[in-house]
Design a protein around this ligand. Structure first.
Ligand code: DP6
Length: 327
């Protein structure tokens, strides 16, 4: 049977990807580094069959948008081309978190789709090749394939823009306390938003700083130095949002509750709790801390005005196949 199911984690970037050198192949302007998230996953089952006369794409418990369907079919086309098979598919997907809220559903989504579809169609690819393929579906998806803490190399061309594991998920007892302050679908997607990066007068200075920052983040990870690591990731998130806010048209992803959460993080730090925030293309805030501080951080965050829920994540393994199919 040409059927397979994969589960993939979302990931949170410590040095962010914002801006592409090639839109077609999703080659980024800069390297990035991330951690897979245990509590935010996508599961996808793909079945190819000569009996299907069209691709059928659906999400369990969520509405399927036309644009998403198109992007998924384009990805299936890439995989069919690689496998030299002209055959339609049925794709069913389930997210463990609301999609389109800046919790990187496209990362876990395209990682799960890539791994399930290549297995279903009978392709054997190396991990590096899987990350390259997932990247063409959605850039950040390449970072959801390898284990734990992952480095995505910009590369000069498609075949060398890939992701690899820097440290396994067991390397460091870190936590990502994700504060959900909005479940609304964002009005400007990250794909669309980053297309306008060069309208910001600050984009070059951000991109030029990144090679040095990547090395500093790698060293801080290696040494498990939470304070250096935390300052670096917080600064990079603010730097990315400065670029976003100074683009034309400007992108303000934060809301009142985002700022309230940031304030509480600063308060925690004043009281000796090593907690640092990072934010993607949405209002939700990820708070990075060590496991020993998880309780205090999540309890404080649950009290913050506007925080609807708190999802605690630990470092997770990358996308892989599972036996239980969704249909
Ligand atoms: C702000 O990977 O969603 O989360 O490649 O166009 O699909 P596309 O963009 P996407 O962008 C993610 C941007 C980010 C930062 C990051 O995760 O590094």
């Amino acid at each position: 049977m040409m059927k397979a199911t994969a589960i993939a984690p979302a990931n949170i970037a410590f040095i962010k990807y914002w801006g592409k050198r090639s839109n077609k192949f999703r080659i980024p302007l800069n390297d990035s580094i991330s951690m897979n998230l245990s509590g935010a996953t996508t599961t996808t089952t793909v079945e190819f069959s000569p009996h299907f006369d069209h691709d059928d794409i659906s999400f369990i418990g969520e509405i399927t948008h036309e644009k998403e369907t198109e992007r998924i079919i384009q990805h299936l086309d890439r995989i069919r081309k690689l496998a030299h098979k002209k055959i339609f598919a049925c794709v069913v997907t389930k997210n463990s978190f609301p999609k389109g809220t800046g919790i990187a559903s496209s990362a876990s989504g395209f990682a799960a789709l890539t791994v399930s579809a290549i297995h279903a169609i009978g392709l054997t690819l190396t991990e590096k090749e899987k990350t390259i393929l997932a990247r063409i579906g959605s850039g950040s998806a390449c970072r959801s394939i390898p284990d734990g803490f992952v480095w995505w190399h910009t590369g000069k061309k498609s075949s060398d823009s890939y992701a690899e594991s820097l440290f396994p998920s067991t390397w460091w007892n870190l936590c990502d306390v994700l504060c959900v302050v909005s479940k609304e679908v964002k009005s400007i997607s990250s794909s669309k938003g980053m297309d306008a990066i060069k309208t910001s007068p600050y984009w070059k200075s951000r991109v030029n700083q990144i090679p040095e920052k990547m090395d500093l983040v790698k060293t801080a990870l290696q040494e498990r130095n939470i304070n250096t690591f935390g300052m670096l990731l917080e600064e990079d998130a603010i730097s990315m949002h400065c670029v976003m806010m100074t683009q034309n048209p400007p992108l303000f992803y934060w809301n009142d509750a985002t700022l309230c959460v940031m304030d509480v993080v600063y308060e925690l730090r004043k009281n000796g709790v090593a907690a640092y925030f990072t934010i993607d293309a949405g209002p939700n805030v990820h708070i990075i801390c060590e496991k020993k501080n998880e309780d205090i951080v999540s309890n404080e965050m649950k009290k913050v005005f506007g925080v609807q829920s708190v999802i605690v994540n630990v470092p997770a393994s990358g996308a892989h196949c599972i036996k239980h199919h969704l249909f």
